[in-house]
Design a protein around this ligand. Structure first.
Ligand SMILES: Nc1ccccc1-c1cnco1
Length: 236
């Protein structure tokens, strides 16, 4: 898989070289490329040089803040997006990112993250590439406000790449994770068996694997009921 990240803060993604993702890149499972959006803003729409490499402008209809220019984004995405590639636009107005969507995106040949700042990217950019036949997703990490798409793109990149076959050493650990089976993960413990007067649940020291599995599933249900009832299947 190739992952391209387009941003006005390319240095933000230098951490990709040292994270868990770094190993995958060495293993040739993932190729990542970071692109500076300002490299596509050297010339104005009329072809004259833009020494300021402007990437934003005032919103039509008024309102606070600035909107990122469609012509600059169009040049960048044209240069990067390949046939079959998915254009992912992190946005507070997007559909919610989930483990299911991460697994879906892990099968794509290419992801292009368009990391917007300010008040967002001109809406015609998503419209244009969808009309051209590309899969375009506006995706939110949750109901809170970030300053731009970079943090969201990095989180989604990690969630997706770790699901690429061969990336995680222990495939079983992916299966047992929270959200993998739709429920939150059970609590985990390790030595010492007693720590500051707190004991590990006896069942985990019993060696009775069937009962341990049953206890763990009950813990998952209990946690999901109390912390994330929205994840539970409807009654019935
Ligand atoms: N607030 C934001 C601003 C810009 C790009 C993405 C976001 C975002 C993504 N998920 C939540 O917020």
């Amino acid at each position: 898989m190739r992952i391209d990240l387009i941003t006005i803060f390319p240095e933000f993604f230098s951490v990709l070289d040292v994270s868990l993702l770094g190993k995958a890149r060495q293993a040739e499972l993932v190729q990542t490329r970071v692109h500076d959006l300002r490299d596509y803003a050297a010339f104005k729409a009329d072809g004259s040089p833009d020494v300021h490499r402007t990437v934003d402008d005032a919103p039509f209809g008024g309102g606070a803040g600035m909107v990122m220019k469609p012509d600059v984004w169009g040049k960048a995405i044209d240069d990067v997006l390949e046939p079959g590639g998915v254009l992912v636009i992190p946005s507070p107005a997007g559909t919610l990112f989930t483990q299911a969507l991460a697994a879906d995106l892990a099968t794509a040949p290419q992801l292009v993250f368009a990391c917007g700042r300010y008040e967002g990217i001109d809406a015609r950019v998503a419209e244009h590439y969808a009309a051209a036949g590309h899969r375009v997703l506006e995706v939110s990490l949750g109901d809170y406000v970030l300053n731009g798409g970079e943090v969201a793109a990095f989180a989604m990149t990690e969630a997706v790449t770790r699901l690429i076959p061969g990336f995680m050493g222990n495939a079983q650990s992916i299966v047992e994770e929270s959200h993998a089976d739709g429920l939150l993960e059970y609590p985990s413990y390790t030595r010492p068996a007693t720590w500051r007067g707190h004991d590990v649940p006896d069942i985990l020291l019993s060696g009775h694997h069937a009962r341990i599995e049953e206890w763990r599933h009950e813990q998952q249900l209990q946690r999901t009921r109390t912390r994330r009832p929205d994840l539970l299947p409807p009654e019935g």
